[in-house]
Unconditional design. Structure first.
Length: 295
């Protein structure tokens, strides 16, 4: 079974262009299944039947995995066996009707517009790192970027004259996003006055670099967002993805079309973007309850 897993992962990397993190997650799920199946005498994909897959997911649930983790494993099994079927490694797909666990729908938690304004204004100093951090926070909010996207954006992706930036997201899909006046000004100031002071002989083309001249990592961006949230006096625990949620929610509240928001977020399906309409509805209910005399 291990050889089939390796072939499948090569397909994900070369033909589907999926991220390294996705490949690692899928590898972990499939290798857990392969080890579990081998311990029960099933060491070939040809011997796998639907009951075995269901039994594995039940085992994972008893082991303490959350519904989210079990769903990821079920999806990995589904696409793995679909791949094997299309490549004629097995005659039929045992995972075709494998049920996916239902997940409780959790709404995104955006920051309020006043809190968002305080957060992006938190880096007040003029050191190269503080100038960088101001530009980073402005861009995350102005463009609704994922953390990995912010880490990988390069100098050639920025069109200063057009006021847009080219972003490569999930599945290597590229999209163009308007930057906005405030973020563009912060970015220009950083690129002119701060980034040159951080450059080292090993510096690449990434826009956001560390004190040693290396590209910023997702972990570092997490640290920076939390640090500046605390500095801004925002009491709740903040994570970088909330800036993306805030971008979408505030656009929607301002009257932006959902399809346009979908395009800027890089969502493959409008259904993913529609969750923000529920957030906005929730805010409307909250306002009604607070201010209506019979709310």
């Amino acid at each position: 079974m291990q050889g089939d897993i390796e072939s499948f992962l090569l397909y994900l990397a070369t033909e589907r262009g999926l991220s390294t993190n996705y490949q690692l997650s899928t590898r972990a799920s499939l290798e857990r299944f392969a080890q579990w199946a081998a311990s029960r005498g099933f060491d070939s994909v040809a011997n796998v039947a639907p009951p075995l897959l269901s039994e594995f997911l039940i085992f994972e649930k008893k082991r303490g995995l959350t519904s989210t983790s079990i769903k990821l494993e079920a999806v990995a099994l589904r696409i793995f066996f679909r791949f094997l079927t299309t490549r004629h490694r097995i005659p039929s797909d045992p995972a075709e009707k494998l049920p996916l666990p239902r997940l409780p729908q959790t709404l995104p938690q955006p920051l309020s517009q006043p809190d968002m304004a305080k957060l992006v204004a938190a880096p007040t100093g003029e050191t190269p790192l503080e100038v960088r951090d101001r530009a980073l926070l402005e861009l995350l909010y102005a463009c609704g970027l994922r953390i990995a996207e912010a880490c990988s954006i390069r100098l050639e992706n920025l069109d200063e004259e057009g006021g847009v930036i080219r972003v490569t997201g999930k599945g290597n899909k590229t999209r163009m996003i308007p930057i906005g006046r405030a973020a563009l000004e912060a970015l220009k100031f950083y690129l002119t006055n701060a980034r040159p002071k951080l450059v080292s002989p090993k510096t690449g083309g990434e826009i956001f670099i560390s004190v040693r001249g290396h590209a910023l990592t997702p972990a570092r961006i997490w640290q920076l967002v939390r640090y500046y949230a605390k500095a801004a006096g925002i009491e709740e625990s903040i994570h970088p993805h909330q800036l993306r949620h805030s971008f979408a929610t505030h656009l929607l509240a301002g009257g932006a079309d959902l399809r346009i928001i979908q395009e800027m977020l890089g969502h493959a399906s409008i259904a993913t973007t529609q969750i923000y309409t529920q957030v906005d509805r929730g805010q409307l209910k909250s306002v009604h309850k607070k201010f209506h005399p019979r709310g």
